[in-house]
Design a protein around this ligand. Structure first.
Ligand code: DQA
Length: 148
């Protein structure tokens, strides 16, 4: 059975409370519950992790080596400046899809850049909680490619 790790960065524990006009009213727990159902239907083992700490996110990405087939990553604001998270992803070589609830390209200019996206298979941004589901299916597709 393939294993996908979903990793969420800073402030995503506050989903549902935090700026609901931008991020929606669903909690991270309810997004994860839904994603678990989607994964069960697809016959995929799914594991969730969230941290507000850059180093903990990096440690978790390192742990994915040899354990996870793919990573679904919402790095939160780390997206825009964390070369350390970027280097972690390129080091472990676990196929990764970057997801965002909001459309980062339609917001403040500092959000237009992702330093993470170039080391990911791709980025999904702007579909609210559905971004995670779209990202999950995109990641499965990537994992089915030869030599992924
Ligand atoms: C976010 C977008 C980031 O710019 C922001 O810092 C977040 C959430 C999103 O999912 O839309 O924390 O990653």
């Amino acid at each position: 059975m393939k294993s996908i790790w979903v990793i969420n960065g800073p402030n995503l524990n506050l989903l549902g409370i935090r700026e609901p006009g931008i991020y929606g009213s669903l909690s991270l727990q309810s997004i994860e519950d839904h994603l678990r159902k989607v994964a069960d239907n697809a016959g995929i083992d799914i594991t969730f992790y969230q941290s507000n700490h850059e180093g903990a996110i990096i440690d978790r990405i390192h742990e994915a080596m040899g354990q996870a087939d793919g990573i679904l990553l919402n790095p939160g604001a780390l997206t825009h400046y964390s070369y350390a998270v970027r280097d972690a992803i390129s080091s472990v070589k676990v196929p990764t899809v970057e997801v965002h609830l909001s459309n980062i390209h339609a917001r403040e200019s500092f959000r237009h850049t992702s330093v993470i996206a170039p080391v990911c298979a791709g980025q999904i941004s702007g579909f609210g909680a559905t971004s995670y589901e779209l990202g999950f299916h995109a990641l499965l597709d990537v994992l089915e490619r030869p030599n992924s």
